[in-house]
Design a protein around this ligand. Structure first.
Ligand SMILES: CC(C)(COP(=O)(O)OP(=O)(O)OC[C@H]1O[C@@H](n2cnc3c(N)ncnc32)[C@H](O)[C@@H]1OP(=O)(O)O)[C@@H](O)C(=O)NCCC(=O)NCCS
Length: 148
């Protein structure tokens, strides 16, 4: 496996698989190309030895809260799940944003995404319910982790 920061062209590779990786949910519209153009320093991709996409993480630094970083998306190829790839990507992100001055990492997920909730708990995030966070009747789980 090889891990590197993302480049513009990774947009197409990820958009091709993302709905399938999320269990045929429509997700691609939540990951527009701007993330691949403007957040390269804090976004990562893992490829196997044949350069096939194994996992990715898209994250950025908050402009509003200078000591906060946000993970917008993490996805692991179903063939490579439960092997520690997401943990590895999160740890790389923690290290990168801590070096850039961030003390806290935040992210959200849908309350129905139980796998994501379990993963974030395993990664040491605190869990809170954001009522109407994404619109009326659209609750989200809000995760937060203090890096120190
Ligand atoms: C959630 C996801 C990113 C986890 O990736 P992964 O590489 O399989 O996770 P890891 O192997 O690094 O697991 C790290 C820890 O989380 C736990 N974990 C991961 N997925 C879990 C699940 N579905 N249920 C319960 N625990 C889970 C693991 O047991 C492990 O805990 P441990 O280290 O204490 O043993 C992956 O399942 C995925 O891509 N899901 C679809 C996309 C998604 O929902 N993304 C998150 C919302 S943006």
């Amino acid at each position: 496996m090889n891990t590197r920061t993302i480049v513009d062209e990774d947009y197409f590779t990820i958009i091709d698989v993302i709905d399938n990786w999320w269990g045929d949910r429509q997700m691609s519209h939540l990951l527009p190309r701007l993330f691949f153009e403007h957040f390269q320093q804090t976004s990562f991709i893992v490829e196997d030895s044949n350069h096939h996409l194994a996992a990715f993480l898209i994250g950025f630094l908050s402009q509003t809260q200078r000591n906060v970083a946000y993970i917008h998306f993490v996805g692991v190829n179903p063939e490579f799940r439960n092997k520690g790839l997401a943990r590895e990507l999160y740890n790389l992100f923690f290290l990168t944003v801590h070096t850039l001055g961030c003390e806290t990492v935040k992210c959200i997920t849908s309350p129905t995404n139980e796998g994501s909730v379990s993963f974030h708990r395993a990664m040491g995030f605190s869990v809170a319910l954001g009522t109407n966070y994404a619109g009326y009747g659209q609750d989200r789980i809000i995760f937060s982790k203090y890096l120190g």
